[in-house]
Design a protein around this ligand. Structure first.
Ligand code: NAD
Length: 492
């Protein structure tokens, strides 16, 4: 894409220029090259998309489920054909390494595959003779026009936690990507356009808060999926609910991993480093606290410091790079400020990633992996989501204290334990107050046929994205009670 290009919205089956008076540059965070411009679409354009989707609903819900999935099979084919260029687009606008971007695309496609099972996944159930001669059925019908408001850190995967299921269940859909990484969805919508969904079934509106608010308020939009920071998740949850919509909101995280004294040290170190520093720490499942128990303290601190200091940082498209930049200069400043604050609160900066300069990419938003040793549990930095490659180390004497520390947190996205003791692992799994648990796993990201969970301030709502939860979210139940007296059949 040429540097001056302004993205188009996709509404009612056609590409439309936005009338927005405001726009933002889309910036490659490694090279600071301007990749294009994104319009901050006004409410009127959300209205156009919502109306187009509402007009498409009666026709789309009447398409048999087994035919709706044919569009998804075609989409899967297109996504596979364009796997590499989609992955590159993710790296260009988001900064993660090409391998990380490929992993994201694989999970996106996996969600399309699972949604292709909708003819059986959305079946209802029935009971004959609930009373003499009376039968009862539960039928799932589409919830109506649905929309996603997405974050920057997974430009493809997060819309795909929802969109394939919404479409397969018979709901027209609207995507509002993060205004910081809009190119990936632009590319996906070019493929959706080629697949040939009926007019108005898939819609893309670029923008920021105004477009999000317009979706939250629009009477034709019946269901909202949001993923982003906790403050915005709470706001979206309240506003959508006040408008009578079905809503699910993923929020922020501060994920602890617990290292027991019997953990396999090389494996634990490698996995923890991948979790804490992969995607530059900008995963909602990134480990951001490592709690060592007993004798694990010293060897783990030494090993993770070594892993942090030797991680290869650079441009995500370059070979051999293990970690790219954070999303923006503003984010880099914020992460560096929090590292300083951690030191001020009593932590030792064991590995300091501030002031990183990557040869050839001096202007990029790079922060090198950072380890804060002895982060006081009550400190602000121990509670704040940093969303950068910073791992805080804490120490306790027993597994009881470790579980207490995990459960004392405001977030509940993920917690992991590293141990060779099955009983300790089971106890951790049982007692940890989080939605996703890893046992000797550092990024407990559920595969597409499981819900992507989250508890406490990491999730607001009942039903999650992916799998059967998504089928529940995008359908409403209709229960039918039928009486057909036997005598009436004797008229023939
Ligand atoms: P963000 O909250 O800044 O933005 C998310 C979306 O909300 C964007 O589309 C943005 O345009 C919109 N938005 C921002 N402010 C708004 C407002 N005041 N009103 C209405 N809409 C608004 O989040 P981000 O920085 O893009 O993403 C990072 C965050 O997402 C992190 O906190 C991370 O933990 C979280 N996240 C959570 C999960 C999860 O599953 N729980 C997954 C991925 C990311």
């Amino acid at each position: 894409m040429a540097g001056s290009d302004r993205l188009l919205n996709y509404i009612a089956g056609e590409w439309r220029p936005s009338s927005a008076t405001e726009e933002l540059d889309i910036v490659n965070p490694a090279t600071v090259e301007v990749l294009g411009r994104v319009p901050l679409s006004p409410a009127a354009e959300v209205d156009q998309a919502a109306r187009a989707a509402a007009a498409a609903l009666p026709g789309w819900r009447r398409v048999p489920a087994s035919e709706r999935t044919q569009y998804l099979f075609k989409l899967k084919g297109r996504l596979e054909e364009h796997f590499e260029d989609l992955s590159r687009t993710i790296t260009l606008e988001c900064g993660k390494t090409l391998d990380e971007a490929r992993g994201e695309m694989r999970r996106s496609i996996e969600n399309v595959e699972v949604a292709c099972g909708i003819p059986t996944l959305m079946q209802g159930y029935n009971s004959e003779d609930i009373s003499s001669g009376i039968d009862e059925f539960m039928i799932r019908q589409p919830v109506g026009v649905a929309a996603v408001i997405a974050p920057f850190n997974f430009p493809s995967m997060i819309p795909f936690w929802f969109m394939p299921y919404a479409l397969a269940c018979g709901n027209p859909y609207i995507v509002k990507p993060s205004e910081r990484v809009p190119l990936t969805m632009q590319r996906v919508f070019q493929l959706l356009d080629q697949v040939g969904f009926p007019r108005g079934v898939v819609n893309l509106v670029h923008g920021g808060r105004a477009a999000a608010d317009a979706l939250l308020d629009h009477p034709a939009v019946r269901a909202i999926s949001f993923v982003g920071s906790t403050a915005v998740a709470k706001y979206v949850y309240a506003r959508a609910a006040a408008n009578g919509k079905r809503v699910q909101c993923g929020g922020g995280a501060k994920n602890p991993i617990v290292v027991l004294p019997d953990a396999d040290l090389p494996m634990t170190t490698r996995i923890t480093a991948d979790s804490a520093f992969g995607c530059a720490g900008q995963r909602c499942l990134a480990a951001s606290l490592a709690v060592t128990v007993g004798e694990a303290k010293k060897p783990f601190a030494e090993a993770i410091a070594e892993a942090a200091a030797t991680r290869v940082v650079g441009y995500g498209l370059a070979g051999g790079v293990q970690m790219g930049p954070v999303i923006s200069h503003e984010s880099k400043r914020r992460v560096e400020q929090l590292i300083g604050q951690g030191a001020g609160e009593g932590a030792e900066v064991l590995v300091d990633g501030r002031g990183a300069r990557i040869p050839g990419y001096e202007a990029g938003s790079f922060v090198r992996p950072t380890v804060l040793r002895g982060l006081p549990p009550g400190s602000e930095v121990a509670r704040t989501e940093i969303f950068g490659p910073v791992l805080g180390l804490m120490h306790v004497d027993t597994i009881d204290e470790a579980i207490e520390l995990v459960n004392g947190a405001r977030y509940g996205n993920m917690a992991c334990v590293f141990t060779q003791n099955g009983a300790a692992a089971r106890r951790f799994r049982y007692e940890a107050e989080v939605g996703n648990v890893g046992i000797n796993v550092g990024i407990a990201a559920p595969i597409a046929f499981f819900p992507f969970s989250g508890w406490k301030e990491s999730f607001f709502g009942d039903l999650h994205g992916q799998g059967l939860d998504a089928v529940e979210f995008f359908t409403q139940k209709k229960v039918v009670v039928e009486r057909w007296p036997k005598e009436w059949s004797r008229t023939f």
